[in-house]
Design a protein. Structure first.
Length: 475
DNA sequence: GCCCACCGCGCG
DNA sequence: AAAGCGCGCGGTGGGC
């Protein structure tokens, strides 16, 4: 860890102080709720376990492992499904075992495995999250440790409990866990996020004009454009199926590509998602795989090592999309990647825009990512320091209770609600840009809030009305 | 009983 | 041929 400028050191110092304040504040949790939820899952676990053990697959399992049979063993699951039952194995672990994570079964349609994964998900919910939070609760508050000195990119980490991996994407999991986090009496949970801060910071490093345009012009959308290329759809067809096609392009292609993934890794997951989640060519369109078939793309194609992408396969299309993304659309970004990597190779280190030194042995993708990830977090950290000082200055009742890489969670007093959100907005969209002149794109926030006395699960989007009041968005 | 590497999976 | 960034946590399986 090396803050290489006085300013960088100051940020670590001030950041440590504000994170300590957040730890001291603590996040309120409901122990009664946690106990009830744990109990509920345990009942469902028994039912699901019984159903699995009545399945014919379990007979096969017992034949192979006998008394050593263990339903919770992924190693055994992989051996049964791929080894004994002989289903096609697409992924191996680095040590040569059958990979048995969820994506290893994406191409299969086995009821036993579906039920197995549902059970595993419930157990994760209970054992990692609900029990983990409960065991850290003291008098109804958890006080996680935020670390600023442990992460290679100069981000923070969080532990005991980790507030930075609380379920959000899966509805059931999210509901189970986030309902445990409650506002203090008479307060509202408020969460404010930087929108797309890593992409914005990447634009600051690379100065790619196309990326900057995507950020500045709200009528453009790089994920939509990528979905059009990837699925051979019109803009309207993508918009009509936005939640599926556009978000798939975003999460399974664009983001992985920014992290340094490659087409033959992205393609299989997208190909499976298309079928599994019933993607269509427009609102009342035909299934996407049929649509692609009409355009001459009938199969996934060979994604194994050394395979050539054959024309007329989806892998080939993904390869073309990748080439146009990096050689054409984001040409300047690509040039930056080459220069950044060359600089690291010749000097053995790089400096971040926020004044930190990244030195050590890195792979290419790590070097390209480290500075961007760190600087993006430093935008949040600097804002957090400013926000806490503002709360102190005006002796506000509101307390910051957590931080999740690019978002701030607070227990906000209703009297302070509008002022608090106005302050966050001012700090992030105006003050931050004044403080760092390397920020050459706008910064924006999104805000969500619960009702008074609500939970972290109940938060809904809020926006500023013409009178400066922050109200719930449509419905 | 403890330690450790590996794996899978939650988040940004 | 290539092989997605950064974390924390719990379980398995092997070893002592």
């Amino acid at each position: 860890m090396k803050p290489a400028s006085r300013e960088a050191y100051q940020l670590m110092h001030d950041g440590s102080v504000v994170l300590a304040q957040i730890e001291h504040n603590g996040f309120r949790v409901s122990e009664a709720y946690l106990n009830a939820a744990i109990e509920e899952i345990t009942v469902r676990e028994a039912e699901l376990t019984a159903a699995l053990k009545a399945d014919v697959v379990w007979k096969t399992w017992a034949k192979k492992y006998g008394a050593a049979s263990k339903l919770s063993s992924r190693t055994q699951l992989g051996e049964i499904v791929f080894g004994v039952m002989g289903h096609e194995c697409r992924y191996k672990t680095p040590t040569g075992l059958y990979a048995a994570g969820e994506e290893a079964f994406d191409h299969l349609d086995l009821p036993f495995v579906r039920a197995y994964l549902e059970l595993a998900n419930l157990q994760k919910t209970r054992d990692t999250f609900l029990k983990g939070i409960l065991s850290e609760s003291v008098n109804g508050y958890v006080r996680p440790s935020f670390l600023l000195n442990s992460v290679i990119t100069y981000r923070s980490s969080c532990r005991d409990p980790n507030l930075q991996n609380v379920p959000a994407r899966n509805q059931q999991m999210s509901a189970y866990v986030r309902k445990a986090f409650v506002a203090r009496d008479g307060r509202r949970i408020v969460e404010t996020d930087f929108s797309g801060v890593e992409v914005r910071v990447a634009a600051c490093y690379t100065k790619d004009p196309v990326l900057i345009r995507y950020i500045e012009d709200p009528t453009t959308d790089m994920h939509r454009d990528t979905a059009m290329d990837m699925f051979l759809l019109t803009k309207e067809q993508v918009e009509e199926t936005r939640k599926k096609t556009r978000d798939c392009a975003k999460n399974m292609f664009v983001f992985p590509q920014f992290y340094g993934s490659v087409y033959f890794q992205c393609a299989p997951q997208i190909w499976d998602a298309m079928e599994r989640r019933d993607f269509r060519a427009g609102k009342d369109g035909i299934p996407l795989r049929q649509h692609l078939a009409k355009k001459g793309i009938k199969t996934l194609g060979d994604v194994n090592a050394g395979a050539d992408a054959v024309k007329g396969t989806f892998v080939h299309l993904a390869k073309k999309v990748e080439e146009s993304m990096w050689n054409d659309r984001f040409r300047v970004y690509t040039d930056w990647k080459r220069r950044w990597w060359d600089e690291y190779c010749s000097k053995g280190y790089v400096h971040t825009l926020t004044g930190f030194l990244s030195q050590g042995v890195y792979r290419r993708n790590q070097v390209l990512n480290t500075a961007i990830q760190g600087s993006a977090f430093h935008c949040l950290l600097w804002s957090l320091v400013r926000l806490q000082r503002w709360l102190n200055k005006w002796k506000m009742k509101t307390k910051i209770v957590g931080q999740i890489h690019d978002s701030i969670v607070a227990d906000v007093h209703p009297d302070e609600f509008d002022d608090y959100l106005a302050a966050v907005k001012q700090i992030i969209t105006v003050d931050l840009r004044r403080h760092w002149d390397w920020i050459i794109v706008p910064m924006e926030i999104e805000a969500e809030a619960s009702e008074v006395g609500g939970t972290w699960y109940e938060k809904r989007g809020v926006a500023e009305d013409e009178n400066g009041r922050w109200v719930y968005k449509n419905k």
